[in-house]
Write a protein that binds this ligand. Structure first.
Ligand SMILES: Nc1ncnc2c1ncn2[C@@H]1O[C@H](COP(=O)(O)OP(=O)(O)O)[C@@H](O)[C@H]1O
Ligand SMILES: O=P(O)(O)OC[C@H](O)CO
Length: 497
């Protein structure tokens, strides 16, 4: 039997298809960017048809590059941008509106209204999330409220809803399967993560008919089979997970207390809390890390909206670097005696502050401050924000801290300077793995293990291989002083001060 696995990684800015061989090595990659639509300030949409065609194109590309046929692929694993929601017609598979993307803030007022009614504790208790426009539930309610006839049609069973994985599976299986997995469901604001079911009360509050929602499966499960006409042979879809959960799996963070942090445009840190559903007292999210063989493993998650985006700002905004990879060299030239801070609240602040109205600020500027100090402040801001997340995690999980090691991935971890500074500020080692395609690998592992052609979790974890460990080297006094300066800068940036 063949042991090639195909991972579909449907991200926020591009779709990718990656073929892995039986040794879990990347054989070929297909990638296609697609259009971002910004119909109003704070609104972000994707055209589901463009997403769909980008996925089909990249799968064909990857198979061609790998010189493989669809019949050579044992199984498909899907991972996706989370929270982004699509509503489509059951009969035709046609979306009734563009997908509303996770970054979209149009339901801020709706969330505020629900908060005013005192409903946040109810949503938090059942879903592990907070009332923020980030999540799918209020976006779905918006679609039902604002697309002509949508509510009636949904009530009549004419419309289906789902996150991107669900929409793709519907299309891939030729409209046979309306399914999702527990990790994607856990980001919708209408899924009870303790009971592992759609929450009827919350659906009622948002006026969403349960009948339009997909069946929720384990992450390694039978999600259906692709239509033969798409790729030339039917391929079983055997793995699904939201992209940050897939990265947690790809980093083999299978044990309670293990953390991965992904540094792309934004940053998402996920702490495996095992079978225990820990409810954060520090504004982190409780979420499902994965559900395998009916057993749910939970996580605490912290999201930072600006990580690599701060490097993009150095390059495209203030133009002090020509390319992202110049940022570390420039930061290394900074004068260490200058306490310059950037609080990159370009789109508000995420966890643990959740302040949508805060805006970016710099502190400590003098006549001597130049591009190097700006570069250092941008890269350091990512380290300080990670420290804030980890501090919140350890407050929530007393006793779990142990010997923290952070496993990192994402485009920004290419910067040795940034990773060293991260270890310095965290006062903990930072491990960069050899395989940086952790998200796709996680999805591929779910499918490959379910197909029985890839190793089980224990053996997979043993294959995780280190590229470089960054050990903390900063003097303790300097660290304390810098962290104090950062906290002061954040305090002065928050919108309520
Ligand atoms: N050598 C580098 N040093 C610092 N930042 C980098 C470097 N290379 C890439 N980046 C940053 O990483 C981000 C891209 O990472 P990626 O994981 O591809 O992001 P995404 O999946 O969010 O598009 C960009 O914001 C870029 O500025
Ligand atoms: O597609 P990415 O990598 O930007 O990830 C988006 C996250 O899943 C949003 O929660």
């Amino acid at each position: 039997m063949t042991d090639f696995i195909l991972a579909i990684d449907q991200g926020t800015t591009s779709s990718r298809a990656i073929v892995f061989d039986g040794d879990m090595k990347v054989v070929a990659v297909g990638q296609k960017e697609f259009t971002q639509h910004y119909p109003a300030s704070g609104w972000v949409e994707h055209d589901p048809e463009e997403i769909w065609s980008s996925v089909v194109t990249t799968v064909r590309q990857a198979l061609r590059k790998a010189k493989l046929k669809a019949a050579d692929i044992a199984a498909i694993g899907i991972t996706n941008q989370r929270e982004t929601v699509v509503v489509w017609e059951k009969e035709t598979g046609k979306p009734i509106h563009n997908a509303i993307v996770w970054q979209d803030r149009r339901t801020a007022a709706m969330c505020q209204k629900l908060k005013k009614k005192g409903l946040e504790p109810k949503f938090a208790k059942r879903t592990g999330l907070i009332l923020d426009p980030y999540f799918s539930g209020t976006k779905l309610a918006w679609l039902l409220d604002n697309v002509k006839d949508a509510r009636r049609r949904a009530a009549d069973g004419e419309l289906l809803a789902g996150t991107i994985d669900s929409f793709l599976i519907w299309r891939l299986t030729g409209g046979k399967n309306h399914v999702t997995d527990a990790t994607n469901a856990s980001r919708t604001l209408v899924y009870n993560i303790a009971r592992n079911e759609w929450d009827k009360d919350l659906l009622k509050i948002l006026d969403i008919p349960a009948t339009m929602l997909p069946e929720v499966k384990d992450c390694a499960d039978d999600f259906g089979t692709t239509e033969e006409k798409l790729f030339g042979a039917a391929i079983p879809i055997l793995g699904v997970a939201g992209d940050q959960q897939a990265a947690t799996i790809g980093q083999a963070c299978f044990e309670r207390g293990m953390i991965k942090s992904t540094y792309g445009t934004a940053c998402f840190a996920v702490l495996n809390t095992g079978e225990e559903l820990i409810r954060s007292k520090n504004r982190l999210l409780s979420t499902i890390a994965y559900r395998l063989d009916g057993k749910t493993t939970y996580a605490l998650e912290g999201s930072i909206f600006v990580a690599g985006a701060a490097v993009q700002w150095l390059r495209d905004g203030i133009k002090v670097i020509g390319k992202a990879s110049d940022s570390g060299d420039l930061a290394a030239k900074a004068d260490e005696t200058q306490d310059v801070y950037l609080v990159p609240a370009f789109v508000g602040l995420g966890a643990p502050h959740w302040d949508p109205d805060a805006r970016g600020a710099m502190f400590g500027l003098t006549r001597n401050t130049g591009p190097a100090e700006f570069a250092r402040a941008a890269l350091e801001s990512v380290a300080f924000q990670t420290r804030d997340l980890l501090d919140a995690m350890w407050k929530d999980c007393k006793g779990m801290q142990g010997n923290t090691v952070l496993r990192v991935d994402g485009g920004m971890v290419a910067s040795d300077w940034a990773m060293q500074r991260l270890a310095d500020i965290l006062d903990a080692p930072v491990d960069r793995p050899q395989i940086l395609e952790t998200t796709a690998l996680g999805a591929a592992w779910l499918a490959g293990s379910k197909a029985g052609v890839w190793p089980d979790a224990r053996a997979f974890a043993k294959k995780w291989a280190l590229d470089c460990r960054f050990e903390p080297a900063m003097d303790g006094k300097q660290r304390t002083r810098r962290i104090k300066g950062w906290k002061d800068a954040v305090r002065r940036t928050l919108s309520s001060t």
